[in-house]
Design a protein around this ligand. Structure first.
Ligand SMILES: Nc1ncnc2c1ncn2[C@@H]1O[C@H](COP(=O)(O)OP(=O)(O)OP(=O)(O)O)[C@@H](O)[C@H]1O
Length: 317
């Protein structure tokens, strides 16, 4: 079913460097969330904090009633079993074939027999479309296949929460489109809570139920996909539409002179909101809402052309 993650007042610094402060959001059970943010805003630090690899300075991360920011090592060990993580590079052991890589968590953390391990590994290989590649070494396969193998390994202990750290990094647009479809199909099948960190705007626009944006040491906004894609809030609008005009500059915030210089520049209209990617089998996911549902419920007029199939033919959709 997936479990909820309640994040409240979360603050993290390294020495004097504040990474983000007072981050509060609830990642809803079973839904797909994407976390965006310019480079260096601490998205990976957030993922590491959620699995207890980093301790926050303040705040709480409550999962099934346990605050992982303050719990004991033993409780943390139990909570971690709920997580599957797809690391950026797949984090495969280079000297092990894909079968042994995927089997690794089962052999480490369970007492399953080799025949049970085999059944589970093959089931996960099938889920990610890698049957037949079990004997390959990670170095012998493409980046896209490595991600799939990493995903099979992340799924092997049947996680309730799956964290994806830039699943599309280093992938071409076609491979990214296939991976996005796989993510949506998997969510439909295993019903776990998915949190994806990405830089890919097309992924953010078409895959998730909810989007968050980290910017300038805080969570600028978090909410339903349609809320952020129809938002006129300058940072959200600039980031989700990959524009140069707006408060975000080349390295961080623009200074007052830069902002004054673009004061009279007219912003292009918001592009139409694309349809959300649906599972291949046509069966809606449990958390999927009809197109335009959030806009209607909140009296928001979406940009013209929104939710029209032709308008949703963005690359990769
Ligand atoms: N263990 C650490 N010790 C000190 N500083 C760290 C540590 N881990 C991360 N940082 C700093 O935290 C900041 C945020 O890093 P992080 O990798 O989370 O950013 P990001 O948003 O994921 O970036 P990108 O999109 O480029 O991957 C960076 O300035 C980084 O140098």
């Amino acid at each position: 079913m997936g479990v909820e993650i309640q994040i409240e007042g979360l603050t993290k610094s390294f020495g004097k460097q504040l990474i983000w402060g007072d981050v509060t959001l609830t990642v809803p059970a079973g839904e797909i969330c994407v976390m965006l943010g310019p480079s260096g805003t601490g998205k990976s630090v957030l993922l590491k904090t959620l699995i207890g690899l980093l301790k926050p300075d303040r705040g709480s991360v409550v999962i099934e009633g346990t605050d992982i920011a303050t719990c004991s090592e033993r409780e943390l060990y139990e909570i971690r079993k709920l997580f599957g993580v797809l690391f950026q590079d797949g984090a495969m052991f280079g000297s092990m074939n894909l079968y042994d890589n995927v089997a690794f968590p089962l052999r480490e953390h369970t007492k399953k027999s080799e025949s049970e391990v085999r059944d589970i590994v093959m089931e996960k290989m099938e889920l990610v479309g890698l049957v037949g590649a079990e004997d390959k070494l990670p170095g012998e396969i493409s980046g896209g296949m490595r991600k799939r193998a990493g995903l099979a390994r992340a799924l092997v202990l049947d996680p309730e929460i799956v964290l994806f750290d830039e699943p599309d990094s280093g992938l071409d647009p076609v491979r990214t489109a296939f991976l996005n479809q796989l993510i949506v199909d998997l969510n439909a099948q295993i019903d776990a809570t998915f949190l994806i960190v990405t830089h890919d705007i097309n992924t953010a626009r078409t895959v998730p139920d909810n989007i968050g944006l980290l910017y300038h040491r805080h969570l600028a906004m978090f909410g339903p996909r349609e809320m952020l894609l129809s938002s006129e809030e300058p940072v959200v609008r600039q980031f989700l539409n990959a524009q140069r005009v707006g408060p975000i500059g080349m390295s961080e915030e623009k200074d007052a002179d830069e902002l004054a210089a673009e004061k009279d520049q007219e912003l292009p209209p918001l592009p139409p909101i694309p349809l959300q990617l649906e599972p291949t089998n046509g069966q809606p996911r449990r958390s999927q809402r009809p197109p335009g549902d959030w806009c209607r419920a909140n009296g928001v007029t979406p940009p013209p052309g929104s939710f029209e199939p032709a308008m949703s033919m963005t690359p990769g959709a």
